[in-house]
Ligand binder design. Structure first.
Ligand SMILES: [Fe+2]
Length: 233
């Protein structure tokens, strides 16, 4: 694993203030960032959370009190990679998402879609020696948000990945192929490079679904470097 993280690679990320995404204007720093040189402490750890992963945390359909959640059951899988396409083993991958109706269990989300008592919408897993991860979940629905009139988020799953150090943490969103909301979503389009936007979109993977049970989507995550998966600002 290389410990050299070229700053050039960070250009893939969306700009901090992106006026079309209204809340970024209020959240963004107004002064230039102070660049801190990487030292051994940033490059070698510590990271946390791995030890808390329990059996079954990777199956978001298994956390209900009275059965499975409603919606389209799907498998999401892929690999966590470094900039040279090498697998990142033992990376902590955490996900959170809306239910099949596009509703989060969160005080702030009060839009008129039903909650699902059998869906919490959070899971986690640690990658294996090949950098591989897999979740079972339901396909999230799109949801409205108050950014602009008739604003809807494309269906997405939030991902947080801790690689081998804090500097290889990535917080991002995975989208589904062919979503008609892509052209209208300021968060998706805050990533200006079309190739980088494509790296946020999973691919339909019929071969790795389970017949009569679940369809599958494949999504590889690149933590740093020239092919980095864009960060959510
Ligand atoms: Fe979301």
């Amino acid at each position: 694993m290389t410990f050299v993280y070229p700053r050039e690679s960070t250009k893939v990320h969306p700009p901090r203030p992106f006026p079309d995404y209204k809340s970024t204007v209020r959240r963004s720093p107004t002064k230039p960032l102070v660049i801190m040189p990487h030292t051994r402490s940033e490059l070698t750890g510590p990271v946390y959370g791995h030890e808390a992963v329990q059996r079954g945390d990777d199956d978001l359909t298994s956390h209900g009190k009275s059965g499975e959640p409603l919606g389209e059951r799907i498998i999401v899988h892929g690999r966590v990679l470094d900039e040279d396409d090498r697998p990142v083993p033992s990376a902590l991958v955490e996900v959170w998402q809306a239910n099949a109706c596009g509703r989060y269990i969160h005080q702030v989300d009060q839009h008129p879609a039903p909650l699902d008592p059998n869906f919490v919408g959070a899971g986690r897993v640690v990658t294996d020696q090949n950098g591989y991860y897999k979740f079972i979940t339901v396909k999230p629905g799109p949801y409205p948000w108050g950014n602009h009139p008739n604003a809807w988020r494309p269906a997405h799953i939030h991902f947080s990945v801790f690689g081998h150090s804090f500097l290889s943490r990535l917080v991002t969103q995975m989208y589904f192929p062919g979503d008609p909301l892509f052209p209208f979503d300021p968060i998706f389009n805050a990533v200006s490079d079309p190739k980088a936007r494509d790296r946020m979109v999973s691919s339909f993977d019929l071969d790795h679904g389970v017949p009569d049970w679940a369809l599958c989507y494949r999504w590889d995550i690149v933590l740093r470097g020239r092919n980095q998966t864009p960060m959510e600002r």
